[in-house]
Design a protein around this ligand. Structure first.
Ligand code: ATR
Length: 281
């Protein structure tokens, strides 16, 4: 589709945003639906973050996705939040209504839909989650909402995970939350006492990244989920152990489809979006 004066501009903002498949997926969806829009990647260094968001508010941007490391940092700069985004404490999509920036979260629901696709229910499950950033908040919210019995969280920066758990304990009183140190002995014990291991950290995104844990800790029967949308060292190690593995592709597609619906009001062409990703990875 040719761009013209009526073409709406959508974007993904993040940093370093080295590699993102979001423009491919959303442009394929716009093209297929005949929706007059383009989707671009906007790399914003942390020192310019606030200034750039203010500049975007003066622009004609129609909406944008938010990724690492801004899913929490964007919140004070918004004009409103959906109930879900407020409870989660992270935003991955902004809808622009009359020049007002309204934050939503489709990561949590996208994550749940990806589990449903695999016929896995969090109800009564013991989960160990690595990471406590914006994506972790959405994942933990989804698991607690769906009745996980226990969620153990380990994060490199302890104050961040403590804050997350303090907030979520108040919101989900039936789920047991536990914080453990991001250290070998604690991780090994945490994994041994869990049914599902979820990596929400960014470790595994870069080709040079190594495993955050030891393969021998991956016990039989454990389900291993990495929210990164390609096969990371963790997914590869779990596959070698013969475990059920899930990468972040399903979550990515579902959150993108939910974003498309919020922006356009139309049902997302999920199969087209999935094909666009498959061509690229
Ligand atoms: P996202 O929005 O994708 O969650 P984020 O909010 O920047 O991105 O969070 C990134 C997560 O990856 C955090 O849990 C981060 O840990 P810190 O809170 O200690 O920063 C984690 N992470 C990033 N690099 C890491 C590394 N090298 N080792 C362990 N954890 C790492």
């Amino acid at each position: 589709m040719q761009n013209n004066s009526k073409t709406k501009i959508f974007a993904i903002i993040g940093y370093p945003l080295k590699y993102t498949i979001s423009p491919k997926v959303h442009n394929a969806a716009f093209e297929h639906s005949g929706y007059n829009a383009r989707y671009v990647a906007l790399k914003i260094p942390p020192e310019y973050f606030k200034k750039e968001i203010m500049r975007l508010k003066q622009s004609d941007i129609a909406g944008f996705n938010v990724t690492i490391p801004y899913k929490e940092a964007i919140i004070p700069l918004l004009d409103g939040l959906s109930c879900e985004a407020k409870t989660i404490g992270a935003v991955n999509i902004v809808v622009v209504k009359k020049r007002k920036f309204i934050g939503y979260n489709t990561d949590g629901e996208g994550f749940l839909r990806s589990l449903k696709d695999k016929k896995i229910s969090p109800k009564g499950k013991r989960i160990i989650c690595l990471g406590a950033g914006g994506a972790a908040r959405a994942v933990v919210w989804a698991l607690a909402k769906e009745g996980a019995s226990k969620i153990t969280i380990a994060n490199r920066t302890k104050v961040r995970v403590k804050k997350l758990v303090l907030e979520f304990r108040r919101k989900f009183t039936k789920c047991a939350f536990r914080v453990i140190d991001f250290k070998a002995a604690h991780l090994e014990e945490g994994i041994a006492n869990s049914d599902i291991l979820i990596n929400t950290t960014s470790v595994g995104m870069n080709p040079s990244d190594t495993l955050l844990l030891r393969p021998e800790w991956l016990k039989r029967g454990l389900i291993v989920y990495d929210i990164i949308y390609k096969d990371t060292p963790l997914i590869k190690a779990a596959k070698r152990c013969g475990l059920v593995v899930i990468n972040g592709l399903g979550m990515f597609i579902h959150q993108a489809a939910l974003s498309f619906k919020l922006w356009t009001g139309q049902k997302a062409p999920v199969a087209v979006m999935r094909r666009a990703v498959m061509r690229d990875i």
